[in-house]
Design a protein around this ligand. Sequence first.
Ligand SMILES: Cc1ncc(COP(=O)(O)O)c(C=O)c1O
Length: 413
Amino acid sequence: MNEVLQEKKIIDVEQIRSQFPILNRKVNGQPLVYLDNAATTQKPQAVLDAIQKYYSEINANIHRGVHTLSQEATDAYEYSRKTIADFINAKSSEIIFTRGTTESINLVASCFGKKFVNAGDEILVTEMEHHSNIVPWQLMCEERKAVLKVIPVTDSGELMLDELTKLLSSKTKLLALTHVSNTLGTVNDVKEIISLAHKNGTAILIDGAQAIAHTQVDVQELDCDFYCFSGHKMYGPTGIGILFGKEKFLNEFPPYQGGGGMIKEVSFAKTTYADSPMKFEAGTPNIEGGIVLGEAVKWMKNVGVKNIAEHEHELLHYAIAQLKTIDGVRIIGEAKNHASAVSFLVGTNHPYDTGVILDKLGIAVRTGHHCNQPLMKRFNIPGTVRASFAVYNANEEVDKLIEGVKRAKKMLS
Ligand SMILES: Cc1ncc(COP(=O)(O)O)c(C=O)c1O
């Protein structure tokens, strides 16, 4: 490859790492190797500075104040909404600040259910969904007397698309599926699935919690009806997330919660509601989180989402290849299109035991069911060890993981 091109695409890991103060710390006397990025990512200095700046310079409540601080805070909050809208190619009015992916999905389940779901209707999810994209639908189905149906997963961790086609019927009101599986790392062909759903007259929600930090998302190109993600998984703060919804749905939806900020006029006889997004943001929101999430998005754009994806892809495939050299390692999920996370088991060792030994070596991985209990049942396993990558991870960290897994295997045998 042309050297200039190669130089352009490769992330300068040392330079990136220097922006993350936490990566300097030691755990159990060892340099931290943080490979639990699917659970939450670490925060760059730009994000930490933005938190400090918000509270030390502009902290005030938003939207109703005439004083300078309130106006500055409102401007920063709305500017951030615009930054996030641009990032996924949406309009500001289609971007609702929530507490995270979980709340975004609950909002849609609640409002969509009340407006569009009747007894006997069906909601489709997949066998690889996070509990956050199962339980809200179960609750709604129970309330509306609707039926939850499930698209199964193959042995390699891919969706059975022929089953999806069979399951779609005139009763299917909504299909909710993950863009990238948090356990298997499978990247679903959401564009194709969205088109299939729409041809059937079915609305579609994409859980983007594991995709947003690893791939460029364009909601117009995808043509999804809803797209959800969490700030803390994309270098931003916890307690803030996004729901993108198409205007045609948001305009029809009833409010999610009642309170200040979501009304046009209140009287005891009748209350009228604000337009989206305010209709869905009752009460004082997470102002700091909203503003700082915009900074995290700017930081990602500066690094380049394509560069991030490319770097992580290299790490992931290096890790998979190395893991496969260890006798007895079984990779769970080998989809053709795979991103950001690898799950595995080491012989008959319990994932927890491997995780504890890795922690003693300073290596942070996640062990357990990863909020995917039905998926664990599908594979007939108690859980997995999951290593998940971010832009600041280095090949040497993969080497340490591999050494650690070998050591754990020896200790546990
Ligand atoms: C695929 C997926 N969906 C939803 C969630 C829930 O995200 P949050 O806890 O930030 O609401 C997660 C979190 O791990 C996830 O991985």
